[in-house]
Design a protein around this ligand. Structure first.
Ligand code: ADP
Ligand code: MG
Length: 346
């Protein structure tokens, strides 16, 4: 391979931090000071602060044999922005901690940061700091997103009321099936390295797994429509698991309808091919990073024509539990299989 490789040791930690600092452009006026001092400075006049953090570990949360570094950087940011969005907040700043083994060259770190900075641009965030360390066991990325919301507009998991309409954005199950395809292609490659991965016909679901987006757009649109959800959560562990969280925190039951679940055609087709039921992927898969929220019935008129918000069921009495009406009309229990990395990886 003729790709250039510069050792990180040639630059040193401070050289690397300088390089990151020089690639950052501050765009939010709440950011008073970014990278370069002992601490960043934020102006917190705007409402209440929201802080969310996530850690991604190589071999547990991602596999570098198929996750390109730029996508990984993007995803690490998007999943945190998604958590701020799920509070009905707007994310504005970001810190990034990275642990790097000597397997990583400067070019690899640059690629990772290209993804991080692209996400910062897409979601209008300022990268304001972080920490850099060497790692003895693969790549570690820990991202913290900082955002804000007016106190009156913050939406928790706990506010759903009986009779509310359950809404979900985008479509579900694609990221899970995308992962199954990537795992399959990896096994094919391991047995026969001459084989090139056949991913063209899975482009949508693979991209949903590798480079998810955060639905900050929906947060702005709900504000424009003057709709304040009663409860909200982002879908990281799967619809079923998130419904359980809302039900538990709000002390309610839920009933959704299988035929209302938004599922993309490529998800259906791939599920069929792999012998995985698309509904199971949608309910028990994960990593969709769409928003699940409840609205009062009075707000329905305001959102009913939104092309990317789908109405999948109703909030019920706590005693009714968490149920799904199947396509055949049967009432079935929803199971909450979280996206359990310990269970799915070996
Ligand atoms: P300290 O010794 O005070 O922890 P560092 O040398 O770790 O300082 O960091 C110097 C500056 O660079 C700080 O502003 C810090 O937030 C920032 N920084 C360090 N690592 C990263 C990184 N991986 N990404 C973004 N900013 C970073
Ligand atoms: Mg430090």
């Amino acid at each position: 391979m003729s790709e250039k490789r510069t050792e990180l040791s040639d630059l040193g930690e401070f050289g690397l931090i300088d390089r990151i600092k020089n690639s950052v452009k501050i765009s939010n006026d709440t950011t008073k000071l970014g990278i370069g001092d002992d601490s960043a400075i934020l102006d917190t006049k705007q409402g209440q602060l929201l802080i969310s953090t996530d850690m991604l570990l190589e071999g547990i949360h991602f596999d570098l044999s198929y996750a390109p570094l730029a996508h990984l950087g993007y995803k690490a940011v998007a999943v945190n922005v998604s958590d701020i969005a799920a509070m009905n907040g707007v994310a504005s700043q970001l810190t990034v901690n990275i642990g790097l083994s000597n397997r990583f060259s400067l070019e690899a770190v640059d690629t990772l940061y290209q993804g991080i900075l692209k996400a910062c641009e897409d979601f209008k965030l300022d990268l304001i700091g972080g920490d850099t360390s060497s790692s003895a066991s693969g790549l570690v990325i820990s991202v913290t997103a900082i955002g804000s919301a007016d106190e009156k507009h913050i939406v928790r998991r706990s506010g759903a009321n009986k009779g509310d309409i359950i809404c979900v954005t985008g479509d579900l199950g694609a990221a899970y099936l995308g992962l199954q395809v990537l795992e399959r292609e990896k096994q094919v490659f391991l047995t026969n390295p001459e084989m090139q991965p056949q991913l063209d016909k899975y482009d949508y679901i693979v991209q949903r797994q590798l480079k998810p987006t955060a639905r900050m757009d929906i947060i702005h649109e709900l504000a424009e429509l003057s709709v304040l959800p009663t409860a909200m959560i982002d879908i990281s562990d799967g619809l079923g698991s998130e419904l359980f969280h809302i039900a538990k925190e709000s002390q309610v039951g839920v009933q959704i309808y299988e035929d209302k679940l938004p599922i993309d055609k490529q998800t259906y087709d791939t599920g069929y091919e792999l012998g995985i039921d698309a509904t199971t992927a949608a309910v028990n898969g994960g990593e969709d990073y769409e928003l699940l929220f409840t609205i009062s019935q009075e707000d329905y008129e305001k959102v009913k024509n939104h092309s990317d918000i789908h109405f999948i069921g109703y909030v019920k009495e706590r005693s009714e539990g968490c149920k799904m009406v199947s396509k055949q009309g049967n009432l079935v229990d929803i199971t909450a299989q979280g996206w359990n990395h310990i269970k799915t990886k070996n």
